[in-house]
Write a protein that binds this ligand. Sequence first.
Ligand SMILES: [Zn+2]
Length: 67
Amino acid sequence: MKTKASNMSKKGFFDYLKQQAGEGIHFIYCAHCKVDADYIGDRLERHLPSCEYRITKQKLLEENYSF
Ligand SMILES: [Zn+2]
């Protein structure tokens, strides 16, 4: 499996659970909201508002804002 491993240390919202559509198929999507991972990139707002990952991350961000 060789998928942009060099981007691992890049800052952004890449740590969501991804799912692959099938063996040999290059379609990967968020396991929570099923949005195309290519479309999402590292943009949290591109997950669905109901996405478990997005909700969790947004909560964390809000907590970090209030010192
Ligand atoms: Zn998602």
